[in-house]
Design a protein around this ligand. Structure first.
Ligand code: CP
Ligand code: NVA
Length: 304
C-alpha cells in the first residue's frame, strides 16, 4: 500500500474529506484514551512557533496511544545543513509519520517524496490544511451543513485563506475573499479550486471591497495581517489592511446569525475588533478545540 501524505486539503479526495470530518465528530463525541496507534511514534518538526498545532497534535497523538517525538528544528542537524531528503530517509526508519511546520511548501514536498512515511503539513507559507479541517468541522457543528453556505474571508490572502478556498470548493461553499490589491490569494490556488468548484457547485470570488465580500455571509473569517516570517512588513501591512478589519460594521452586512471565526493567534484591534472576537457570534475557541479532534481523525485516516 502506498503511503498517503496530507500536504494540502486536496491531498484528500472529496469523499475522504467527508470521512475524516465524520470521524472527527465521532472522536469529539467519544473523547478519551484509545489504543488505535499503540506502538507507533509520530515526529513533529516545528520551524516556526506554534501553540495550538503543537499542543493539539501532541495531545491527540497521546490520546490515540502513540508516542509524540517533538523536534525543535534548531536542534536537528537540518539546521546545520543536513539535507531535507536525508532527514526524511532517516526519520522514515524510526517514525511512522511526521508532522511538519515550515516555510516553503517545497520543503514538505521534498520530505514527502524522499521519505516513506506520511507527512502532515502543520502550516507552510502557502497552506494550512490542518486548520481547514477544524474550520469545516466547526462550521458543520454550528450550521449543520457546509454546501451552500457563504463564507467571507477578510484580510490577507495567505496560507489560511488558500486552505479555506480549497476546503470550501471541495464542500460546495460560496467563498468571498475581501482583500487589498496585491494581497489576493495565489492565482494558481484559486484556479485549481475553481475547477473543483465547477463540480461541487461552490463559487469563489475575490474583491477589494470588504463589505461586498461580507454581504449575507453565514461565516465571517479573518486571520492575522502579518504572518510568521513577514514581521518586517508589519507597519505597512497594518496601514494597508485597515479597511478589512472584522468589526461591528462588517457584521452588520453579514447574516444576523453569522459565525465569527479566526484561526488564532488574534490581534484585537488589528484584523478583528475585541467586541467581535469576544462577542456572541464568535466560535474561535471551539474552532481551536476542533484542531484536536480533526487532527486525530486525520492521523487515524493516514495510519490506522
Ligand atoms: N492556528 C494555529 O495554527 O495556531 P498555532 O500557530 O498556535 O499552532
Ligand atoms: N497566517 C498565519 C497563521 C498562523 C496560524 C501565519 O502564517 O502566521
Amino acid at each position: 500500500m502506498t503511503k498517503r501524505d496530507y500536504l494540502t486539503v486536496a491531498s484528500l479526495s472529496i469523499e475522504e474529506l467527508g470521512k475524516v470530518l465524520d470521524l472527527a465528530d465521532e472522536l469529539k463525541a467519544t473523547r478519551g484514551a484509545r489504543d488505535d496507534l499503540a506502538g507507533r511514534s509520530i515526529g513533529m518538526i516545528f520551524e516556526k512557533p506554534s501553540t495550538r498545532t503543537r499542543v493539539s497534535f501532541e495531545v491527540g497523538i497521546t490520546e490515540l496511544g502513540a508516542a509524540a517525538v517533538v523536534l525543535n528544528a534548531g536542534e536537528l542537524q537540518l539546521g546545520r545543513g543536513e539535507t531535507i531528503e536525508d532527514t526524511a530517509r532517516v526519520l522514515s526508519r524510526y517514525l511512522h509519520a511526521v508532522v511538519v511546520r515550515t516555510f516553503a511548501q517545497s520543503r514538505l514536498d521534498a520530505l514527502a517524496s524522499a521519505g516513506s512515511i506520511p507527512v502532515v503539513n502543520a502550516l507552510s507559507d502557502v497552506s494550512h490544511p490542518c486548520q481547514a479541517l477544524a474550520d469545516l468541522q466547526t462550521i458543520r457543528e454550528y450550521k449543520g451543513r457546509l454546501a451552500g453556505l457563504r463564507l467571507a474571508y477578510l484580510g490577507d490572502g495567505n496560507n489560511v485563506t488558500h486552505s479555506l478556498i480549497e476546503a470550501g470548493a471541495m464542500t460546495g461553499m460560496h467563498l468571498a475573499v475581501g482583500c487589498p490589491a496585491g494581497h489576493e490569494p495565489l492565482p494558481d490556488v484559486v484556479a485549481a479550486a475553481s475547477a473543483v468548484a465547477r463540480r461541487t457547485g461552490a463559487t469563489i470570488t475575490v474583491t477589494d471591497d470588504p463589505h461586498a465580500a461580507a454581504a449575507n455571509a453565514d461565516v465571517v473569517y479573518t486571520d492575522v495581517w502579518t504572518s510568521m516570517g513577514q514581521e518586517a512588513q508589519r507597519d505597512e501591512r497594518v496601514a494597508r489592511f485597515e479597511r478589512y478589519r472584522v468589526d461591528a460594521g462588517i457584521l452588520q452586512v453579514a447574516r444576523p446569525d453569522a459565525l465569527v471565526m479566526h484561526c488564532l493567534p488574534a490581534h484585537r484591534g488589528e484584523e478583528i475588533a475585541a467586541d467581535v472576537i469576544d462577542g456572541q457570534q464568535s466560535v474561535v475557541f471551539t474552532q481551536a478545540e476542533n484542531r484536536l479532534h480533526s487532527q486525530k481523525a486525520l492521523l487515524l485516516f493516514l495510519l490506522a
